[in-house]
Design a protein around this ligand. Structure first.
Ligand code: TRP
Length: 341
C-alpha cells in the first residue's frame, strides 16, 4: 500500500475543507449558508477552514484593509463557534505549500480548461481580459491546491463554486494517472437549497459580498439599529398579500425566510401568521437582531485581544502544515523534482 493509501486507511473520519475570502464584510447569507454549518460539521468531520487571502489578491485590495479583514474573519469564525481545539482554522498565506503546489498543478492544468471557467469570464466581462491579473486566471488552480493538499473528501461550497471544484477533481485525477496516486479526489458538498438568504434590495439574487449594495445585505457586524433599518426598508412585492412563494413574491418570501432562519421555524408556517408586510418586517428585524446578538457579543470579546486571534491562527497554520507539507513533498517527488536533502 502506498503512503497515501495507508494514510487514507488510518483516517477514520471524513475530512472536510472549505475556504472563505477575507474581502468585504461577512454577511448573514455567509453565516446561514456556510459558516454555521462549518460549526456543526467540525464535530462530525476532521475539518479544515482556510481564510484564503492569496485568492483575495486576484482583485485590487487595500493592503491595510486586507490585513485587518483577515484578522476579522478569523475572529468571526471563532465567534461563530469554530473551536480551534476541534477543527483547524488557518490563513492560506501562512502555509506556503499552497502556492507551491499551485505551481506544480499549473503544469498539470491546461490553458484551455482555465479559459472555460465561467467566473473568469464573468469577472473580466467588464474590464476585458487584457487588464485582468494573471492570478485571476490561475485562481482555480490555487483553489485545487487548497483542497488537494489536505486529502479532503468533502468540500462544502456554494453553487457558484461547482465548476472550480469539478476542475480540482479533474486536475487531481490527471495528476494521479500521470504521476502516481498522490491525491484524494474530493466530492462537492453543495448544500440542498435549505435556507437561502436573498439580497434585501433585489430579492431575485443571493445576498452577496461583491454584488449586493450595502442596503442589500446584513453584515454580521452591523449594529442592531442598522440591521433593523435595512430589513424595514427591504423591497417587498407589489400586492400586499403575505404568502411564501419565492418565484412570484421574492421580497416577502425572503422576509419570511429570514424570520424562519432566526426563529428556527419554516417560512410556510410563518406566512399563515401575517396578513400585512409591516408587522412581518418588524418581527423579522427583531428576530435577526436577536439571532446575531450572541455572535456579535462573542466577536467583541475575541477581537478585544487581537494577539490571541493571531496566536490561534498560527497554531492552525502549524496543524495545517503537518498535513500539507508531506503532500507537497510527495507531489514534487512524483513529478521528478530533486529533494533538497
Ligand atoms: N473560491 C472560493 C470562493 O470564492 C473560496 C475558496 C478558495 C475555497 N479555496 C477554497 C472554497 C477551497 C472551498 C475550498 O468562495
Amino acid at each position: 500500500m502506498g503512503d497515501r493509501g495507508l494514510a487514507h486507511t488510518m483516517r477514520l473520519m471524513t475530512r472536510v475543507l472549505s475556504g472563505i475570502q477575507p474581502t468585504g464584510d461577512l454577511h448573514l447569507g455567509n453565516f446561514v449558508g456556510a459558516v454555521r454549518h462549518w460549526a456543526s460539521d467540525q464535530h462530525q468531520h476532521d475539518s479544515y477552514y482556510c481564510i484564503v487571502d492569496l485568492h483575495a489578491l486576484t482583485l485590487e485590495q487595500d493592503p491595510a484593509e486586507l490585513r485587518a479583514k483577515t484578522l476579522q474573519v478569523g475572529a468571526l469564525l471563532l465567534a461563530a463557534g469554530l473551536d480551534p481545539d476541534v477543527c483547524t482554522i488557518f490563513v492560506q498565506s501562512h502555509v506556503p505549500a499552497h502556492p507551491q503546489l499551485s505551481w506544480l498543478l499549473e503544469c498539470v492544468a491546461s490553458f484551455g480548461e482555465l479559459r472555460r471557467m465561467t467566473q473568469f469570464k464573468d469577472k473580466t466581462a467588464k474590464g476585458g481580459e487584457g487588464a485582468a491579473r494573471a492570478g485571476l486566471f490561475t485562481y482555480p488552480v490555487l483553489m485545487a491546491a487548497d483542497i488537494l493538499l489536505y486529502h479532503a473528501d468533502r468540500v462544502p461550497v456554494g453553487d457558484d463554486q461547482r465548476q472550480h471544484l469539478e476542475l480540482a477533481r479533474d486536475i487531481g485525477e490527471r495528476f494521479n494517472s500521470r504521476y502516481g496516486e498522490i491525491f484524494t479526489i474530493p466530492q462537492a458538498a453543495i448544500p440542498k437549497v435549505g435556507a437561502r438568504v436573498m439580497d434585501l434590495q433585489d430579492p431575485t439574487i443571493k445576498m452577496s459580498k461583491s454584488r449586493s449594495s450595502p442596503q442589500g445585505k446584513v453584515s454580521l457586524l452591523d449594529p442592531p439599529e442598522v440591521i433593523t433599518r435595512k430589513i424595514k426598508r427591504a423591497v417587498t412585492d407589489v400586492d400586499s398579500e403575505v404568502r411564501y412563494d419565492p418565484k412570484a413574491k421574492p421580497g416577502v418570501s425572503n422576509l419570511l425566510e429570514l424570520l424562519a432562519v432566526a426563529t428556527d421555524s419554516t417560512p410556510k408556517e410563518l406566512a399563515a401568521k401575517y396578513d400585512q408586510y409591516g408587522p412581518l418586517k418588524n418581527d423579522a428585524a427583531a428576530a435577526v437582531v436577536e439571532f446575531l446578538r450572541p455572535l456579535q457579543t462573542a466577536y467583541a470579546d475575541i477581537i478585544a485581544d487581537p494577539a490571541g486571534v493571531t496566536k490561534v491562527l498560527a497554531a492552525g497554520a502549524d496543524k495545517a502544515e503537518s498535513v500539507a507539507n508531506p503532500t507537497l513533498a510527495a507531489a514534487a517527488l512524483a513529478m521528478g523534482l530533486l529533494p533538497r536533502s
